[in-house]
Design a protein around this ligand. Sequence first.
Ligand SMILES: NC(=O)c1ccc[n+]([C@@H]2O[C@H](COP(=O)([O-])OP(=O)(O)OC[C@H]3O[C@@H](n4cnc5c(N)ncnc54)[C@H](OP(=O)(O)O)[C@@H]3O)[C@@H](O)[C@H]2O)c1
Length: 332
Amino acid sequence: MQRTASTLAGKRLLITGANGGLGMATTAAALREGAHVTLACRTEEKAGKAADHALSESRVEPSRAVAAGGFDMLAPSAIESAVDALPAEPFDVVFLQAGGWVWSDDAQTTRFGAVNVERTIAKNVLGAHATLRALLATGRLGAGARVVIIGGEGARGVPGGISTPAFSDVSDFERYVSGDWVGRSPYVPVDALGVAKFCAALWALKLSKSPLDLDVVWFTPGLIGGTGGTNGMPAWKEFLFQKLAFPLMVALGKAQWPEAAAAKCVDCLAGRIGADGDLLGAPEGTALGPLTDQKPMHPQFGDADFQDALWRTCEAAVGPLTVAHVPSALAV
Ligand SMILES: NC(=O)c1ccc[n+]([C@@H]2O[C@H](COP(=O)([O-])OP(=O)(O)OC[C@H]3O[C@@H](n4cnc5c(N)ncnc54)[C@H](OP(=O)(O)O)[C@@H]3O)[C@@H](O)[C@H]2O)c1
């Protein structure tokens, strides 16, 4: 795994979901390192509160944090308008980390542009695609910009936690993505999150092979306690996780608090770890541990047919990625 002495000092960074547990801790850590951060959140109010919090944590010049609303990962047209409203100066680094699971006992699909998409994939991957597309189309991404999409160890399964995503072939995968659940086992939210992170890995690998001049990494810092990731659980379960399970797991080295995870994210955003096309996360069989490339751990990550199938869905739902000032021959 590449390690360099790069820094975020003076860089322009956009973070989606910056009001969440990991997003806010990463914002504060990036501000401390000298970045100019745009907090791209679902509403202006959430972005403003998160900016105030991150500024008070980092004690830096307030102008270095910009609060931006309208980044609803399930609403591509809202994302386009939100990007249009940003200052025109291009970003050097983008952290696509809004998302998480959908707490429901039933599989859910959402209409995304012209297609039906399973909801967890929609908010974790299609929203990221829509954000990147709008940034590229309006010239708000500099040449060679680093694009980090958040992953999760569930992409290759976590024993006792998340089932390994398994598809018999590409058409089976496409049926799942489009929400065709006929003949499948019952919907389990954490397993659906694993598949969404698997899709994020396919997306990152396809993007890194594209002619676009981007430096793309799929990155997960490992299991984190104390974030909003338990929102939507029944109250008793959330209480047990937050007050008992996570503190115990942190004490045992099985989970970490958001600040520790954010420090790893900043290493990756700055380019100190991870090269174009890497999928970085904890070693197989664990949800926390030394960062390692996950590519060999799921045979279908590297399958071009799976990457193409996911990409076709992104293009049908959102549109192709094209750069504002470059001829359309460079469309992916
Ligand atoms: N917690 C972990 O153990 C862990 C480990 C590895 C990776 N991750 C990933 O890290 C990311 C952040 O997770 P977290 O643990 O910090 O959870 P969190 O506190 O719940 O943060 C999730 C963030 O995503 C935003 N979000 C969710 N749905 C959205 C939508 N439709 N449109 C726009 N924003 C949306 C939330 O915004 P709202 O407040 O508006 O809902 C919030 O800012 C997630 O992608 C998660 O899967 C988490």
